[in-house]
Design a protein around this ligand. Structure first.
Ligand code: ARG
Length: 618
């Protein structure tokens, strides 16, 4: 093993709180410093700091470092006896010393305590919490300062031309868009790419069929209404008619050479799909730049000699293949035996292009978990080929589970067909309107307000259902569940948000005046429920950095739910306004209104990141 460096002058702590930094990340740095100072022989260890379970906050503080237990085990294995409590005390000693001498840390942390069997509990400063909330009210919710602005390519949605865009693509669209919005908010330079499946042999038969069905397609745009049916017809001919099949292959060759008439036919076919996709994106308020597989044709042609020169391609039964790290698994097929390219080829070319031409420091690809092996292989082959350097480019495959119907089987219509997304969204709209009418909202809202609420609830619920489930798991698509206004659903949270936002209005206070009063009136944090809510609000940046690490949006959804719960507890226990018997406002508690305003803003920011529209009235 490594020679343990013992002793030596303790390094100065380098951690400093930066603007709006994740408190958890900051404390992690503080405790890592403490760990390495107290136990110099464990130099490369990082401490873990986590928020304390809500129920125990009052007793055990707001954050906890639990490393002592694990360190005890490490020492035990080395034959050294140290109790967890002893270890926790050593960590606490370093942090306490720092606390006494470092105003930076003292600003954030009120005190720390050691608890059995070996916890170090951190209590946040009320003053600090008050300052942070004041900042939120005065300046809005702002992202933490960024270490380095990254160029991020996010490849998401990516349906296939001439085929139905299905619920899997919906999931990719919703997750990918939220990831983009998070990274954009954090200040990164995000390229949103729609890697549509617009290339491959199926276009040969589609073009041949187009030539027969609409002979004047070059001068008159073909009125294909149902591309799916068109696809089926051409596939039928392809399977049954040898001459047609040969012609189809000829068409592929001509298309891949970009011969104008063929290119035009292909464009027209793509356009039909494109228009349908765009309608869905417009309804979901998602923007994407289309850059499909076809874009990489030239790059695929160049990729082959590039890999060949590096000696990375092997001949296998007429195919040219490339292995990843494990030859026991499957290889990538770079060139088929007929000379054509594959999905593997286009993804290799795309990755190379994104790194070398797009200058991406980070590539994120959002597709179903079924493609996990393919993308693992892509990462390995990219490294082998030399264009992917993990120290310079982060590559994330963001996989997600299958969308299931309420029968726990693959999501299908009653008749067993794939569900058309436009019809799914329509049904969402219908159901959300029913729900609103059930609650008699149509009698209180204007038609415009009702329609806005209907859309916010419908699209919000569909998105939130996707985002709030751990993406690594399959999830059951259920309108009943997502429109339920109890529990962790958009229906519930949108109501909660609307109610919070209306508190300030109901108090008869002008919002600009309220904001101004934050200069002089402190945010009220005396009551334990007030302070608890405040600390929940301060966790926003903890959650955002966590999501940035694992790209799991459900953390943010859980957080949003935590905020609304903490708010309810606060609101049930603390009056914001007091009224007399006649219902006239007697007293306005400005410090509490400020807390409510900060809550509304934090929630709004979460909704914005999740691309869920809020409404003033519902
Ligand atoms: N078109 C593919 C599908 O429908 C998804 C493409 C994802 N992106 C990629 N670079 N392979 O499954």
């Amino acid at each position: 093993g490594k020679a343990a460096k013992v002793g030596g002058a303790p390094k100065k702590m380098s951690a400093t709180v930066r603007d709006r930094m994740s408190i958890r990340d900051y404390l992690t740095e503080v405790f890592t410093h403490a760990l390495r100072t107290a136990f110099p022989d464990l130099e490369d260890k990082t401490a873990a700091v986590a928020p304390t379970n809500e129920k125990y906050v009052a007793k055990f503080g707001d954050y906890q470092c639990n490393d002592a237990m694990a360190l005890c085990k490490i020492y035990k294995d080395k034959g050294v006896k140290k109790s967890p409590l002893e270890i926790a005390q050593s960590l606490a000693d370093v942090v306490n010393k720092e606390l006494a001498s470092n105003p930076n840390l003292a600003k954030v942390v009120d005190k720390i305590e050691v608890a059995k069997p070996g916890f170090v509990n951190v209590f946040l400063s009320r003053v600090y919490a008050g300052e942070q909330l004041k900042d939120i009210v005065l300046n809005g919710v702002q992202p933490p300062s960024l270490d380095k602005r990254l160029r991020v390519v996010v490849d998401f949605s990516s349906p296939n031309i001439a085929k139905e865009m299905h619920v899997g693509h919906l999931r990719s669209t919703i997750l990918g868009d939220a990831i983009c919005r998070l990274l954009e908010y954090l200040g990164h330079d995000v390229v949103r790419l729609n890697h549509v499946g617009d290339w491959g042999t199926q276009f040969g038969m589609l073009i041949a069929h187009l030539q027969d069905t609409y002979p004047d397609y070059l001068t008159k745009s073909p009125p294909i209404a149902d591309l799916q049916a068109f696809y089926k017809q051409s596939k039928k001919r392809f399977d049954e008619d040898e001459t047609f099949k040969k012609r189809a292959y000829q068409c592929v060759v001509s298309l891949q050479k970009f011969e104008p008439d063929y290119k035009k036919a292909w464009d027209m076919i793509c356009d039909v799909s494109r228009r349908d996709f765009q309608k869905i994106y417009d309804r979901l308020n998602v923007t994407l730049t289309e850059r499909g597989e076809s874009f990489y044709q030239k790059h695929m042609e160049e990729l082959v000699p590039y890999l060949e020169k590096k000696g990375l391609l092997e001949l296998d039964d007429g195919r040219k293949i490339m292995w990843g790290d494990d030859r026991g698994l499957i290889p990538m097929t770079i060139v088929k035996s007929d000379g054509g390219f594959t999905y593997d080829t286009s993804d290799m070319a795309a990755l190379k292009h994104r790194i070398e031409h797009e200058k991406a420091n980070w590539v994120v690809i959002v597709t179903d978990l079924g493609q996990g092996v393919h993308f693992k292989l892509l990462g390995e082959c990219g490294k082998k080929a030399g264009f992917l350097d993990p120290n310079k480019t982060r590559l994330d495959f963001v996989g997600f589970g299958v969308v299931l119907g309420e029968d726990k089987k693959k999501f299908k219509t009653r008749s067993g067909d794939t569900v058309k997304l436009s019809e799914l969204l329509d049904e969402g709209l219908r159901r959300s309107l029913d729900k609103l009418k059930e609650k008699n909202r149509h009698t209180e809202l204007t038609p415009t307000e009702l329609s806005e609420a209907q859309q916010a609830v419908a699209y919000g619920c569909i998105k939130y259902a996707d985002l709030s489930h751990n993406r690594n798991l399959d999830y059951v698509f259920s309108f009943d569940k997502m429109l339920d206004d109890r529990g962790n659903t958009a229906a519930y949270l949108l109501y909660a948000y609307t109610r919070i936002a209306s508190i300030v209005r109901a108090a008869g206070v002008n919002i600009d005046d309220l904001v101004k009063s934050a200069h002089t009136t402190p945010v009220s944090l005396e009551h334990p429920k007030e302070f608890a809510l405040a600390k929940t609000l301060l966790r926003l940046n903890d959650v955002l950095t966590l999501v940035t690490r694992d790209l799991c949006l459900h953390h943010l959804c859980e957080y949003l739910y935590d905020v609304s719960t903490a708010f309810s507890e606060f609101y049930d226990n603390c009056y914001c306004i007091e009224k007399d018997e006649a219902g006239k406002i007697k007293k306005v508690h400005t410090g509490r209104l400020l807390l409510a305003e900060a809550t509304a803003r934090v929630m709004k920011k979460c909704f914005d990141i999740l691309n869920i529209n809020t409404v003033h009235k519902m």
